[in-house]
Design a protein around this ligand. Structure first.
Ligand code: NAI
Length: 329
């Protein structure tokens, strides 16, 4: 089987090359992201492998079908960047539903702790032997309220972590899990009561820009907002407005950003930043932005590689595709 990997970085090669040999598959690693301009690179391959910022539009899917590509292997959990309608019944999409929920949840709490306790500032100060701690005061997590939106695998890991800190945890999900020992409530209550709100739901048509002016208004003053899910859950322009209101936002941790496609995972340090919103966001002392690295642990990378190669194998052999993304009829 010949697989075209898109949007790859050196670390992808490390994890996938060795495994592909075991399966007897050939991988071509393309640095280019998969989109309408680059899809022709997929000609002659049996499958393509894509990641979070590839653009699997209808046109891309049509071309892949034309080239007789047999399947799309997403080396991630999310698939909001795939036109599922266009793919339905024409080309299977397989994903990695779970690799290390703890990787993302641990990163989310790290973001909260960083912006709350200002360790990033402490690090910079002491490197210059500025041992002054003025302005570095944070808050205890103990007995504060965490609002967790989305109680799937990552949300559950986050709930366990927050409880470990002695936090009260409120949760919201479109489907409540009766086996979960957590206080489910509605979104408004989460907004009103939480000291920290962490997003762990997928991006869908229903929750696009769920955090916007109205929901931000409902939140308590000094709220911390952590988004490790998908950028477009937050209307960034409204978040910027809220950040400008004195005392409204305690801090924001964004591992994802609605316009991340062109900038995340790339070194833009020698270029002029053309995204004014992102440029403005990074100037806030209480905003921490990372480049979609929540998943990026050794354990997660290994699990992603193993499941992706297993997905390639079942596709190749025509076996039952447990990890296929199926659009409901
Ligand atoms: P999951 O599928 O196990 O859980 C998602 C939960 O969200 C489900 O319980 C579902 O019912 C719920 N949900 C769906 N729509 C909702 C809505 N409108 N409001 C509230 N809840 C809703 O997914 P998992 O593995 O926990 O991942 C969650 C998200 O994390 C993924 O969709 C992805 O966007 C993001 N992610 C981010 C990574 C990163 O590196 N930053 C890595 C992996 C995932």
């Amino acid at each position: 089987m010949k697989i075209a990997f898109f949007g790859t970085k050196p670390y992808d090669k490390i994890w996938f090359s060795a495994l592909a040999k075991d399966y007897g598959y050939t991988i071509q690693f393309f640095e280019a992201k998969l989109n309408e301009e680059t899809v022709s690179l997929a000609k002659g391959y049996d499958a393509v492998c894509a990641f979070v910022n590839d653009e699997l539009t209808k046109k891309v899917i049509d071309e892949l079908v034309n080239y007789k590509v047999r399947g799309i292997l997403m080396r991630c959990a999310g698939y909001n960047n795939v036109d599922l309608e266009a793919a339905k019944g024409r080309i299977p999409i397989l994903r990695v539903p779970s690799y290390s929920p703890e990787a993302v949840a641990e990163f989310a709490i790290a973001m909260y702790l960083t912006i709350n306790r200002k360790t990033h500032k402490g690090y910079n100060r002491t490197r210059e032997f500025n041992m002054n701690i003025n302005g570095l005061m944070g808050q205890d997590l103990y007995h504060k309220t965490a609002g967790i939106i989305g109680t799937g695998k990552i949300g559950q890991a986050m709930i366990r972590i927050c409880k470990g800190f002695g936090m009260r945890v409120l949760a919201y999900d479109v489907y409540q899990n009766p086996e979960l020992d957590v206080e489910y409530t509605d979104l408004d209550t989460i907004y009103e009561k939480s000291h920290m709100i962490s997003l762990h739901c997928p991006l869908t048509k229903d929750n696009y820009h769920m955090i916007q002016e109205k929901s931000l208004k409902k939140m308590r003053d000094g709220v911390y907002i952590i988004n490790t899910s998908r950028g477009a859950l937050i209307k960034t322009s409204d978040l910027l407005e809220a950040l400008l209101k004195p005392g409204k936002i305690g801090g924001v941790g964004l591992d994802v950003y609605e316009e991340e496609g062109d900038v995340f995972y790339e070194d833009k340090s020698n270029e002029i930043m053309r995204d004014d919103v992102l440029a403005r966001l990074v100037t806030f002392p209480n905003v921490l932005i990372t480049s979609h690295q929540g998943y990026f642990t050794k354990e997660a990378m290994q699990a992603i590689a193993i499941t992706t190669m297993e997905n390639a194998y079942v596709l190749d052999k025509g076996l039952k595709m447990e990890n296929e993304v199926v659009l409901p009829d």
